[in-house]
Structure formats: structure tokens, C-alpha cells
Design a protein around this ligand. Structure first.
Ligand code: ATP
Length: 303
């Protein structure tokens, strides 16, 4: 597999505090890579490091074949763009002038791309609007247009859906999907909104306490026993001994409910429950959502 970004043992310390603890992420070319983790896990720090905004304490990374250790000398900084925290504009100048400024920063001499990009993000009617007067969603879209100046192949977005209304979220989602599909742009996106991330991401990296706990793609997500049966009985401790005998994987969700990581029907389990005098209260088979996988990982069960 070809990778757009590969990090090798990235460590970031602030004083004695280790914020990134040897991170190895692999972002396939053409992926939308969803970086998930709780507040303070290190997502922004990792994005800052691979964007060159912050130097790692140790470790290195390779973007599109160019190693971070060679980058300084090769001037090969084009080809990727990052929006960390929020897009940086000249608030007092127009949308168009912000694009011009971005072209100048990136050394793009021909401004023909500007209107194409503004059309792409549906800001072609706002060319004269001052950046400060744009809605949050429009600002986010302008940020993405600016990130695309210079034919970026990798775009890094830190919480791009943050603070947007449902319509704005749908807009950004569709824009990311369109750019990914039609232009083959690789994205790295962090988000707390798991459901939202699951609609755009093709690969997920789970970060906790500065560690990459798990990296998984859509297919693996599907394959890794994502079906589970939730069972509730009047004697769950006895139920568990039965599950153990059957070699079934399970987790105890609360006092009432046990999750069995298999598709089980009432007919299948009833004979054994009856012979052990266990009363079945409820049983249902569900597909494990990204959210429950996230919760399991964050609880340390799959770590
Ligand atoms: P969130 O989802 O809240 O944005 P995050 O996963 O992006 O969280 P980071 O912003 O990367 O997390 O922060 C990771 C840890 O590093 C936090 O505990 C934070 O306090 C710490 N940290 C970040 N920047 C600095 C800094 N400049 N100096 C000291 N500590 C920092």
C-alpha cells in the first residue's frame, strides 16, 4: 500500500510532560483518515507536528515520499495544507484577496485557480465579502479553498465540523467527499463527532493519552465481529459461565446487560438458559457502531 503520510515514533514533550508517546500512523493515499480521541489525547499536537508547525521531540515522518528530516533542505513544502484549530484569514479583506494572498504565500503565480476553487466551495458569489462577515460554515469552506491552492494532495483539518449547524456540517461533509473522490485528495480529519466522522472516514486512528491505540479501516471495522447480541437475564453471572463454556466473547455493559460478540438468537440460547433456570428478560442483535468500538477502546479493552 502507498502511504501519503507515515509517522515513525513521533514523541512530543512539553517540559517533562509526554503528549505524544511514539506515534506511528499510516495514512493511505486517497484515504479520508479520521483521527479520534478524547480531549487532550494529542490529536491537535500530532497534526501540528506533521504540518511542520511544531517540531517533534524525537521521531520523524514521511509525507508523500518526502521525509521530515530532508524537508528543510528540499523546499518540498507544497503538496499539502493544514488547517489547525481554525482557518487563518485576513479578516478585514475580501474572500478573493484572501485567496490571492494564499497564492502568493504558496508561490502560485497564476490566479486562474482562484475562481475555480471558490466555485468548488460555493463561495463564488462572495468574492467581495470581507472574511470577517462570512458565516462560520463559509469560513470553513474558504479555509478549505485556501488549503487547496497549489494543488494540495493532502489536506489536514482539525475539527472541521466544530460549531457548524446541521446544514454547514452536511456542506463540509459533501465537500470533503467530493474532493476525495473527484480530485483524489487525501484528508486527515479530527473530530469528536463520531457519527459524523463515520460518514466521511475510510480509515480511523484512535488516540488516547498520546498513544495510537488502534488503526482500522472500514473493511476491518466490518469484519471484526461488529455484530453483537445484547442479552439481559435474571442471573447474568450464571449466564457468563455458560458463555465461557461456549467460548463466546462478551463484555458486561452494566448490571443488567451482557454484550456477546456474536449473532445469537433466543432459540439458540433458550435451551441452556432453561436448563439452568435462568429467565431471559431481553435479547437483541445489533451492529456495533463506531461509537461502541470507540468506547471499548477508550476503556482499554481492545488496547
Ligand atoms: P482536543 O480534542 O481537546 O483538541 P487534542 O487531542 O487535540 O484535544 P492536544 O491539543 O493535542 O489534544 O493536547 C494534548 C495535551 O498536550 C493536552 O494535555 C494539552 O494540555 C497539552 N499541550 C498542548 N499544547 C501544549 C503546549 N504548548 N504546552 C504545554 N502543553 C500543551
Amino acid at each position: 500500500m502507498e502511504y501519503m503520510l507515515e509517522t515513525k515514533g513521533i514523541v512530543k514533550k512539553y517540559g517533562k510532560r509526554v503528549v505524544l508517546n511514539g506515534i506511528n500512523v499510516k495514512v493511505p493515499k486517497g484515504a479520508v483518515y479520521g483521527l479520534i480521541g478524547p480531549n487532550g489525547a494529542g490529536k491537535t499536537t500530532l497534526m501540528r507536528v506533521v504540518s511542520g508547525l511544531s517540531a517533534p521531540s524525537s521521531g520523524s515522518y514521511v509525507i508523500n515520499g518526502i521525509s521530515s528530516t530532508d524537508k528543510k533542505s528540499s523546499k518540498a513544502d507544497t503538496g499539502f495544507s493544514a488547517i489547525i484549530e481554525k482557518p487563518a484569514f485576513y479578516e478585514g479583506v475580501s474572500v478573493y484577496s484572501n485567496m490571492v494572498a494564499q497564492c502568493d504565500i504558496k508561490g502560485v503565480k497564476n490566479y486562474d485557480c482562484i475562481m475555480d476553487l471558490l466555485k468548488l466551495v460555493r463561495l463564488d458569489r462572495e468574492t467581495t465579502t470581507k472574511a470577517r462577515n462570512l458565516s462560520l460554515g463559509m469560513k470553513q469552506r474558504l479555509g478549505i479553498a485556501m488549503a487547496l491552492v497549489g494543488d494540495a494532495e493532502l489536506v489536514i483539518l482539525d475539527e472541521p465540523m466544530n460549531g457548524l449547524d446541521p446544514e454547514g456540517i452536511i456542506d463540509i461533509r459533501n465537500l470533503i467527499l467530493k474532493l476525495n473522490k473527484e480530485r483524489g485528495i487525501t484528508f486527515i480529519i479530527s473530530s469528536h463527532i463520531l457519527d459524523e466522522l463515520s460518514r466521511v472516514a475510510s480509515v480511523y486512528g484512535f488516540i488516547r493519552n498520546g498513544n495510537l491505540v488502534k488503526e482500522i479501516d472500514q473493511q476491518q471495522l466490518h469484519e471484526q465481529g461488529s455484530v453483537y447480541t445484547s442479552i439481559s437475564t435474571d442471573n447474568n453471572s450464571l449466564l457468563i459461565t455458560i458463555l465461557d463454556k461456549k467460548n463466546l466473547k462478551y463484555s458486561i455493559e452494566d448490571n443488567d446487560t451482557v454484550y456477546v460478540y456474536a449473532e445469537l438468537s433466543a432459540e439458540e440460547i433458550m435451551p441452556e438458559l432453561s436448563s439452568n433456570n435462568i429467565k431471559l428478560k431481553s435479547i437483541s442483535t445489533n451492529t456495533e457502531s463506531l461509537e461502541s468500538i470507540y468506547l471499548n477502546i477508550m476503556k482499554g479493552e481492545n488496547a
